[in-house]
Design a protein around this ligand. Structure first.
Ligand SMILES: [Cu+2]
Length: 804
């Protein structure tokens, strides 16, 4: 009997922590989004038939029409989306296959169905040849759950025993390469035994230069010999399959490489745009591969392709990162930062839990796997235990102080935040919108909308009468409307794939909904009763833009969209719909604008920077002059190989400008902090702390004058309150965190469903009411709450003329 190397199969889902679901169930140390594969090698010494007919399973033939702007439906959708009017999926053939022959007509193994296949090839199986016969295979492709746990050290009693398991795989591979009785087998075993002993005597959390061990020279000789003994083998690629299909994934995503080993064929890997269907890629080199969705960039999946002829799990020699064309040794700081965040994001037990009454401990866990990296000199460095290394490097466990501080001065009104990862008893999709009263800081209400199974509510806005809350289902194709006062469901409207942000026009009160998985911003009638207009954000026939978080000027005339697929921004003249493109850095995701509408800021998620864009005359400040465009680097104090020499940011998301132009705030997911930029100089002036997955920020009015920024974090149950200018002098260098509270709610929180898990988690969109920004605040209705606004708060730009 023969079976080929088992493919890695990811199913994309809308579910917490398993956005890329391996179905391997690695538990709290490994999560649902990590796979390990042994690089399959066919040993030609043991076959006479050659390998011309090798037929590895799992290579997916697929074809479809790449999405372009012109293929969008009237509602801004893409082919293959449920409810968007066309048939089966948009799976893409990327021409990335290499090193294998497509087996025509085969489908990818369904996730979860690979168990029996894996069982037959563990420890070296055989591969069928076309026309009969088979050849032995050293590695096996994907490892099953238990074998993966073994190689990751999960369940091992110590780092030494975790390394022992990995070294055992190397012993097996060597014995399969050499003829039985070859004295090199015994010699190799002796070296590996001594190596394991010497590693066990070293601290498990400190990277170990292999050459510095007494056995180091012998081991390096053995590694070289093993490669020589393997010269008569052929490495087969590991196939990675990806499936995007309802109901697990209700809408479209991209499969985009974030990290890959240098030299991996077919990389970088990406699609022309978001799709529904299947795709696959061949992993030709050992090392670390990570994938993300460009629409929802915390959807992450990773695969370690391990060469069985090395000790430790191979991260590869050099790695490429889909940011700034980074090409770094595998022990680079930026790799460790990203791997650390991968486990914080994809393993929910690693999320930060705050309490309003007592200190808590944040103690994230990682696989205790031995990891083989290489340094800048090309020398191998073994991390005996990734878990212990990360705990030392990132200084956990950490005490999270009780969130007891409330601002001394209350806010005006309320703030609605998307707690997008809350789970509820009466719906299958996650998320709710949570209301906080800013007079007394009570968590008053949660709206989960179980009657429409509201799916990942991401961002909100309100109408000019403050009657409705508009909320976008980011992993679906709908905008929902509920009553602000009662939380009652009002209506739902289909708008297009992956609607992200929503705002209203100050002149007409129409809604603008960015279609993140599509090509347009949809303009809806007030109340979201119907679609009035589709505003494309790229030219006819151009690559589809995928706009995320737009912003618009207070006069309702100009909008800017950051386009995650085309790495640029679109400036829209709203009345005419005419557009122009503006330069950004990589993967711009969110926008802010100065109150006077003279310039916009774009947070470049993968550029690790902020782009300032002048909307009319040159308005971005560069020293003593004004320029059309300026890049503000969040990595000035960061060397991606060596690490930080000061505060730095990155994977930056929301970026609002204070209504009084005192500050621009940038939420950084990479570093869990906030960058303060002075819009009067366009320079970074300060850094403030934030939580894991720092994400959403918006400004609301502070009672008596001034503003508060409300800050949400995806992987924490807390919200921060920042005063960007406590002394009101317009200089943000005294910006400070003035309060922090949990948003989990309690027995007095009104809800339309029952929270079953992750109360308060998934903080994303932030909507303070009354809207405090120029253009909207002038039109906020008069009522006892809004009448607390000062004249200056009512007139953020014209106050000097209007207020006495
Ligand atoms: Cu996505």
């Amino acid at each position: 009997m023969g079976a080929g190397p088992a493919p890695v199969s990811f199913q994309l889902t809308d579910n917490n922590g398993s956005w890329y679901d391996t179905h391997l169930n690695l538990g709290p140390l490994g999560g649902q989004s990590l796979a390990v594969a042994e690089l399959p090698r066919v040993n030609l010494n043991q076959t006479t038939g050659g390998v011309g007919g090798i037929n590895p399973t799992g290579i997916v033939p697929s074809s479809s029409t790449p999405p372009t702007s012109s293929s969008s439906t009237g509602s801004g959708g893409l082919p293959g989306l449920p409810g968007a009017g066309s048939g089966s999926g948009g799976g893409l053939s990327l021409g990335a296959a290499s090193g294998g022959t497509a087996s025509s007509g085969s489908a990818p193994a369904a996730p979860g169905s690979t168990g029996s296949l894996i069982g037959s090839v563990l420890g070296g199986g055989s591969l069928p040849l076309l026309g009969g016969g088979s050849v032995p295979v050293l590695g096996s492709g994907l490892l099953g759950g238990d074998a993966t746990k073994g190689l990751l050290g999960i369940g091992s009693s110590s780092p030494a025993s975790a390394l022992g398991l990995n070294v055992a795989a190397m012993r097996t591979a060597i014995s399969q390469l050499l003829p039985a009785g070859d004295p090199n087998i015994a010699r190799s075993n002796a070296i590996l035994t001594e190596f394991s002993k010497e590693v066990a005597a070293q601290p498990a959390g400190v990277p170990l230069n292999i050459g510095s061990l007494p056995i180091g020279p012998d081991l390096q000789g053995l590694l070289a010999d093993a490669q020589k003994w393997a010269t008569n083998t052929v490495s087969l690629p590991v196939t990675a399959n990806f499936e995007i299909k309802a109901p697990q994934a209700a809408s479209a995503h991209t499969i985009t490489s974030l990290i890959w080993p240098e030299g991996a064929k077919g990389f970088p890997f990406d699609e022309p745009g978001a799709f529904v269907g299947q795709t696959s890629v061949q992993l030709t080199e050992p090392g670390l591969y990570a994938f993300a969705c460009k629409i929802h960039p915390y959807m992450l999946g990773a695969i370690v392709v391990d060469d069985p002829l090395t000790p430790g799990l191979d991260f590869g020699k050099k790695l490429r990162v889909n940011s700034r064309a980074l090409d770094v040794p595998s022990n680079a700081d930026v790799i460790m930062q990203l791997v650390d965040k991968f486990f914080t994001i994809t393993v929910p037990s690693n999320w930060q839990h705050f309490s309003d009454t007592q200190d808590t401990t944040w103690d994230p866990s990682f696989p205790p796997a031995p990891i083989l990296t290489y340094n800048s000199d090309g020398n191998p460095e073994l991390i005996p235990s990734l878990d212990q290394f990360f705990k030392g490097k990132f200084q956990t466990p950490k005490t999270l102080p009780a969130t007891k501080t409330r601002p001394a001065t209350p806010g005006v009104g309320e703030v609605w935040i998307d707690t997008e990862m809350e789970e509820y008893a009466h719906k299958t999709k996650v998320g709710a919108v949570t209301k906080i009263n800013t007079q007394n800081w009570d968590v008053e209400r949660k709206v989960a909308l179980p009657q429409v199974n509201m799916n990942n509510p991401h961002n909100n806005w309100t109408d000019k009468n403050e009657k409705y809350i508009y909320v976008n289902e980011w992993f679906n194709n709908k905008t929902d409307v509920f009553d602000r006062a009662t939380g009652a469901f009002v209506r739902q409207i289909e708008v297009g794939p992956d609607p992200s942000h929503v705002m209203t026009r100050t002149d007409t009160d129409q809604l603008h909904v960015a279609i993140n998985g599509g090509s347009a911003v949809m303009e809806l009638a007030p109340g979201a009763t119907k679609i009035d207009r589709r505003i494309p954000v790229q030219g006819p026939g151009e690559k589809i833009a995928h706009p995320h978080a737009h912003w618009m000027t207070g006069d309702g005339k100009t909008m800017i969209t950051p386009n995650v697929n085309t790495y640029d921004a679109t400036v829209v003249d709203i009345p005419s719909g005419n557009i122009r493109k503006e330069q950004t850095s990589e993967l711009p995701i969110a926008s802010g604008m100065t109150p006077d509408g003279s310039k916009a800021y774009e947070a470049d998620f993968l550029g690790m920077s902020v782009s300032c864009i002048s909307l009319q005359a040159n308005a971005c400040v560069d020293g003593s002059s004004k320029v059309h465009h300026k890049e503000i680097d969040l990595w000035k104090n960061y060397d991606p190989v060596k690490g930080a020499n000061g505060p730095f940011g990155g994977l930056d998301i929301q970026i609002p400008v204070a209504p009084d132009n005192s500050a621009v705030l940038v939420a950084n997911t990479l570093t869990g902090n906030i960058t303060v930029i002075d819009p009067k100089t366009d320079e970074i002036v300060k850094w403030l702390p934030c939580d894991a997955g720092c994400h959403g920020i918006n400004f609301g009015a502070k009672k008596g004058g001034g503003y508060y920024a409300y800050v949400t974090s995806k992987f924490s149950n807390a919200m921060e309150i920042i005063d960007t200018d406590p002394n009101g002098d317009g200089d943000p260098s005294d910006a400070t965190v003035v309060g922090k509270m949990t948003v989990s709610g309690g027995p007095n929180t009104q809800t339309d469903d029952q929270i079953s898990n992750y109360a308060g988690y998934g903080g994303m969109g932030v909507l303070p009411i009354p809207l405090a920004y120029e253009g909207w605040v002038e039109k906020a209705p008069s009522n006892p709450i809004n009448d607390q606004l000062t004249c200056r708060q009512r007139n953020p730009v014209k106050y000097q003329q209007v207020c006495q």
